[in-house]
Structures are given as structure tokens and as C-alpha cells.
Ligand binder design. Structure first.
Ligand code: FAD
Ligand code: FES
Length: 284
């Protein structure tokens, strides 16, 4: 059992848990993730390291409520326990001194990009970060990301904070400005990562994306996280989750992400009605 040492509600629907997991914290690296299961009947879901503290023996995960498991997770708090937390999983981010690295984060993607930006800066890179969200109310960790970057550009879709733009706009401007960009790392919703890759492609700048297909075991056994990269089938859990964004078959990824939409909706509705019943009987 893994104890939740602290909980922080970062913005509406996005929560941070610091979880006691000394063996995982000892080996965590940027870009890797854990698979958690709330209890013995729960489904497994992957969540990327937002941070870790080897001395404290803790890992930090940040998640957005999108369906049954993340909504159930959001009901837990400090002192509660998660049944299983397996990791670190996946191939760590390739960190080296490339020169100038642009870290582009969309929405909750700020969480996984944070350790990557920090490691890239420590490796001697000039780090330019771009963080974007739909509106001001969904932005978090601005100062934290600023501290790991030489320059930070903040965008919102509706212009309620920072620049009114999608993250791809300042990214394109940077590339057009003549600034020599050696690598781009884009993490966020799949559509945002696809468009970041399309933006950088004409400029020939290698663009790493962190794919988020549905995962089950997280160890390369079930094939659920199958993606196609450069025409070759890869398993995101063991071969990724990071891949060259210019080589990803995005249409296949989008199609596979939608396979269980009906079941996911039914499951969430059932979960919500169970929670309502529990509330009426004073059980939550
Ligand atoms: C390697 C990896 C790392 C991830 N790290 C994080 C993280 O750090 N923080 C975080 O909030 N989320 C992360 N995700 C996504 C997270 O795993 C899903 O949001 C979660 O599995 C949804 O479970 P659910 O039961 O709450 O929702 P479900 O009922 O399974 O899905 C609800 C809706 O959410 C969307 N969804 C489902 N699975 C995913 C997915 N894998 N990616 C994007 N949207 C999805 C679909 O539109 C679906 O309709 C990661 C995914 C992967 C593959
Ligand atoms: S999640 Fe099963 S093979 Fe990747």
C-alpha cells in the first residue's frame, strides 16, 4: 500500500499527490511514469512523474479528472492509501547538451515537462519553455517552470492570461526568428503534440512527443498501447512513451484512443451515480 503524504488541488479538476514510494523514487528519471491501481478492483492507469524526492522517499504525480479512475482518485486525500504503484516505467528522456531546447507544454503536460526542463537546463542547454492552457484558471506551476527555464512564454486560448495564442504560434515564431533551436519536446493533449510536430517539421528540428495511448499492464505484455512510429509497431509503455513526433502515425493513435469511449462514458455515469447514492447514505 502506498500512502498519500500530501494532496494539493492545483486548479479545478487537476490535483497533485505526493505518494510514499521510496523504491520508485530512488530510480525515477525524467519522462518515466508509474502505473497505479486505487484498489484491488480498480483499473490500472499510467501517470508520469511530475517530481520525486529520493531523500523523502516520495514521488509526485499530477492528474486531471477525465473519467472513472481519475475521478475516484480525486476522492482520496492525505493519509489515504493507493493499493498499487508500479514504476519507474518507460524509457527516460534522452538528456544531453543539445544547445537550445524548447519545452512546449499543453494543459496538464506542464507536470511531466517540468523534470525534463530542469534536467535539460542542468545539462547546459538554453531552455525556452512555452506553456499553454485553455484559460487562466487551468494554468499551474508557472513560476516553477520559469525557474527551470531561461525564457518562459505563457499562452491561453482565450487570452485571459499571457498571450492569446495556441502554443504552436510562439513555437513557429521562435523557429522563424532565426533562433537556432536544436530540439523540441512537446507534451500535452495528443492534438497539441501533433500540431507541434507539424510546426517544426518544415524547419527540420527534431521533436520529441510523449504519447498517451490507453495502457493496461505497462510492461509490454498486452499490446494495448500499440502505436506506429516510422511505419513500425511500437509499444508506448516499453519503447516509449517518447517518440519522434515527425514519425508518429497520429491518425492511428487518435483512433485507438477512442476505442472504449462508449464503455468509458457508461463507467463514469455508473461511478457518479454510485457516488451520489453513497453521499445520500453518508458514506463519503
Ligand atoms: C504514459 C502515460 C502517462 C500519462 N501521464 C499522465 C499524467 O501525468 N497526468 C494525467 O492527468 N494524465 C496522464 N495520462 C493520461 C491518464 O492515464 C488518463 O487520463 C487516465 O488513464 C484516464 O483514466 P480514467 O479512468 O479516469 O478515464 P477513462 O474513462 O479511461 O477515459 C476518460 C476520457 O479520458 C480520455 N483518456 C483516456 N485515456 C487517456 C489517455 N491515456 N490520454 C489522454 N486522454 C485519455 C478519453 O478521451 C476518455 O474518453 C498519461 C497517459 C499515459 C499513456
Ligand atoms: S500497456 Fe500493455 S503492452 Fe503497453
Amino acid at each position: 500500500m502506498y500512502e498519500i503524504l500530501s494532496r494539493q488541488d492545483l486548479v479545478h479538476d487537476i490535483h497533485l499527490f505526493k505518494v510514499a514510494a521510496p523504491n520508485v523514487a530512488r530510480k525515477a528519471q525524467p519522462g518515466q511514469f508509474v502505473v497505479i491501481r486505487i484498489d484491488e478492483k480498480g483499473e490500472r492507469i499510467p501517470l508520469t512523474f511530475a517530481d520525486w524526492d529520493e531523500k523523502e522517499g516520495s514521488v509526485t504525480i499530477i492528474f486531471m479528472e477525465v473519467g472513472t479512475t481519475t475521478c475516484r482518485l480525486a476522492l482520496l486525500g492525505t493519509g489515504d492509501f493507493i493499493a498499487n504503484l508500479v514504476g519507474p516505467l518507460g524509457v527516460p528522456t534522452h538528456i544531453e547538451k543539445f544547445g537550445t531546447v524548447v519545452c512546449a507544454a499543453g494543459g496538464v503536460g506542464v507536470a511531466p515537462i517540468m523534470p525534463i526542463a530542469r534536467a535539460m537546463k542542468r545539462a547546459g542547454n538554453k531552455v525556452i519553455s512555452i506553456m499553454g492552457a485553455r484559460n487562466k484558471g487551468l494554468l499551474f506551476w508557472e513560476e516553477r517552470l520559469r525557474s527551470a527555464s531561461d525564457q518562459l512564454i505563457v499562452t491561453t486560448d482565450d487570452g485571459s492570461y499571457g498571450r492569446k495564442a495556441l502554443v504552436t504560434e510562439p513555437l513557429k515564431e521562435l523557429l522563424e526568428s532565426g533562433e537556432k533551436v536544436d530540439r523540441v519536446i512537446a507534451i500535452g493533449p495528443s492534438i497539441m503534440m501533433k500540431y507541434c510536430a507539424l510546426t517544426t517539421k518544415p524547419f527540420g528540428v527534431k521533436t520529441i512527443v510523449s504519447l498517451n495511448p490507453i495502457m493496461v499492464d505497462g510492461t509490454g505484455m498486452c499490446g494495448c498501447c500499440r502505436v506506429s512510429v516510422n511505419g513500425v509497431t511500437r509499444f508506448a509503455c516499453v519503447d516509449g512513451p517518447e517518440f519522434d513526433g515527425h514519425q508518429v502515425d497520429w491518425d492511428l493513435l487518435f483512433a485507438r484512443q477512442r476505442i472504449y469511449l462508449y464503455e468509458e462514458k457508461r463507467s463514469l455515469e455508473q461511478c457518479q451515480s454510485e457516488m451520489e447514492v453513497a453521499k445520500i447514505h453518508g458514506k463519503t
